[in-house]
Ligand binder design. Structure first.
Ligand code: GLN
Length: 282
């Protein structure tokens, strides 16, 4: 098979559908079992192709995946992997693909944890694939992390990632609203569903990713309110909550936080949009 020709054809199809053409490289690398960089290394590529007994099968697999991508299935569902900080998180239908903007929130959490007496107890509310929990567990290895999730579909991915990456993360199946009754912790992290019901999302998100992880109720704040109440219940006095939200929600989130929290602060992402807030339990 002529790799360059295949890539050229795939990229032009993706372009026509306004999908990033680099996805062709991700998919081809995936079916060949290579990294995207290896695809551009003639020695590695040649050796890999020589080792394949039936190149037609690889080609068929690639074009099947390309068709699914052209139908707007998320790239990470097709490769089964999403990069998050230094981790490879397994994802697929039923769980939200971890977003790069959530990575920044982890920096703040790690900085805060470093200054506390160890071990620090951390609860991740609505853990999904486990990206946030596993980032904390691996980057602050002396912390004790509990990942809470209620969706049975997401729990499958969460358990898979925990068993591959950091078995010491405790997975608890339950509803944020009443989970871990009686437990007190030092830090709560959360990326709740916060999109206002009815807002149109990019096609691949809206058609394929779980709405339970995206939509936060009629105003988008009903579910974050439940998460904030749970954090207030679970945190020790002086405990810290770090919570993600939409860029137009920081004032409303601050208002919700001000009931039980002090030192409420909103933080920007890399392009200056206020995308998460932190607060200290009274
Ligand atoms: N930021 C996500 C998106 O791009 C939404 C995640 C969420 O609601 N927690 O769709």
């Amino acid at each position: 098979m002529e790799i360059k020709a295949i890539l050229r054809a795939a990229k032009s199809q993706l372009n026509e559908s306004n999908i990033s053409e680099v996805d062709a490289e991700h998919l081809l690398a995936h079916v060949l079992g290579l990294t995207r960089m290896d695809l551009h290394n003639p020695v590695v590529l040649e050796a890999t192709l020589l080792g394949i007994s039936d190149q037609n099968i690889i080609e068929e697999q690639f074009f099947d995946l390309l068709d699914r991508r052209l139908n707007f299935e998320p790239l990470q569902y097709l490769t089964g992997i999403a990069g998050f900080r230094h981790l490879e998180i397994q994802v697929g239908p039923g769980v939200l693909v971890p977003r790069p903007e959530s990575e920044l929130l982890i920096d703040a959490v790690l900085l805060h944890i470093k200054n506390l007496p160890q071990p620090v107890s951390v609860v991740d509310l609505g853990a999904g694939s486990g990206a946030l929990s596993l980032a904390v567990a691996t980057e602050a290895p002396s912390s004790r992390v509990i990942a809470v999730e209620k969706s049975p579909e997401a729990l499958v991915w969460l358990k898979k990632n925990v068993s591959h990456i950091a078995e010491n993360v405790r997975v608890v199946e339950g509803d944020v609203h009443d989970v871990l009754d009686g437990i007190k912790c030092d830090v709560v992290i959360a990326n709740p569903p916060y999109i206002r019901q009815g807002v149109r999302l990019p096609r691949d998100v809206e058609a394929f990713e779980p709405h339970i992880a995206l939509f936060g109720g009629p105003t988008g704040l009903e579910i974050p309110q439940i998460f904030i109440d749970a954090a207030a219940r679970l945190l020790k006095s002086q405990g810290v909550l770090v919570i993600e939200h939409g860029e137009d929600q920081s004032d409303e989130i601050a208002k919700l936080l001000s009931v039980d929290f002090i030192e409420v602060a909103s933080h920007d992402d890399l392009v200056g949009r206020p995308r998460w807030s932190s607060a200290v339990r009274r």
